[in-house]
Write a protein that binds this ligand. Structure first.
Ligand SMILES: [Zn+2]
Ligand SMILES: [Zn+2]
Length: 251
């Protein structure tokens, strides 16, 4: 039987040409941005609203640059993807072959292990390619299982609703404010519900705020209707902009 290093090296050699072909097929290097929605296990690569591509993924694991440790997604309580349990098949395979790195949930590691684990995941679970997303101190290793062709699906629509690309703050959650809220003159700040930065939102809730003038028109009209909406001319901002506006406009 092969020892782990031999096994992993062979897996890696299988992955390299396959990944090269995969990258070319979908022109992956042409996308400047990524976003993933962990509840749905969907990765979006994009440049703008027109130029984008969606994949289903299985999270294999993550590498922490600060603690220099690997963590398998089945071991990671903060991974929200329900399909992370698929990676237990890799652990099972590890047990059968006595490959310790495939069995332990987390351990001291380096940046090369992750690629070997992706290669192993691809062999065991199947898929079309792999992808690594880097956030500040964490590298997430994804096994891509299929491309999502139907961009008009409910699933995709929901994902696109959840992000806004702000000039000042980058990618963030969307928020809605009336046209009168700015950072020059405080105009009051009325909200649909009590909010705080980073709070969890229910599926149907959005950050929404309007000024004192809008509130006046709204109460005269007994709520939001075509006329009050026309007066408010609600605009889309990012969550951080929303809370900047909140701080400045509250009287
Ligand atoms: Zn207003
Ligand atoms: Zn912003």
């Amino acid at each position: 039987m092969k020892n782990y290093d031999e096994f992993a090296e062979a897996e890696l050699q299988k992955l390299i040409p396959l990944q090269e072909k995969f990258k070319q097929e979908y022109d992956l290097d042409s996308f400047a941005n990524w976003f993933y929605e962990s509840d749905a296990s969907i990765l979006r690569l994009y440049n703008d609203d027109e130029d984008e591509i969606f994949f289903k993924y299985i999270p294999i694991g993550s590498y922490s640059l600060s603690s220099e440790t690997w963590m398998w997604s089945w071991f990671n309580n903060s991974s929200a993807e329900s399909n992370k349990s698929e990676t237990l098949k890799i652990k099972q395979f590890g047990k059968e072959h006595n490959y310790k790195k495939l069995i332990d949930g987390t351990f001291a590691s380096d940046k090369y292990d992750g690629w070997e684990f992706l290669a192993t995941g691809l062999s065991i679970l199947g898929g079309i390619g792999v992808y690594k997303v880097n956030s500040e101190n964490l590298e997430n290793y994804f096994l891509l299982t299929e491309i999502i062709e139907d961009k008009s699906s409910e699933e995709i629509r929901k994902i696109k609703q959840k992000i806004v690309d702000c000039e000042n703050h980058g990618l963030g959650r969307p928020a809605f404010v009336c046209q009168h809220l700015n950072r020059e003159t405080p105009n009051g700040f009325k909200e649909a519900f009590e909010t705080s930065l980073g709070m969890e939102l229910d599926e149907d809730d959005d950050f929404q705020a309007w000024c004192d003038d809008c509130e006046k028109v709204r109460s005269e009209n007994k709520g939001w209707n075509d006329e009050t909406m026309e007066f408010a001319k609600i605009k889309l901002v990012c969550e951080e902009c929303y809370f900047d506006l909140k701080e400045f406009n509250q009287k």
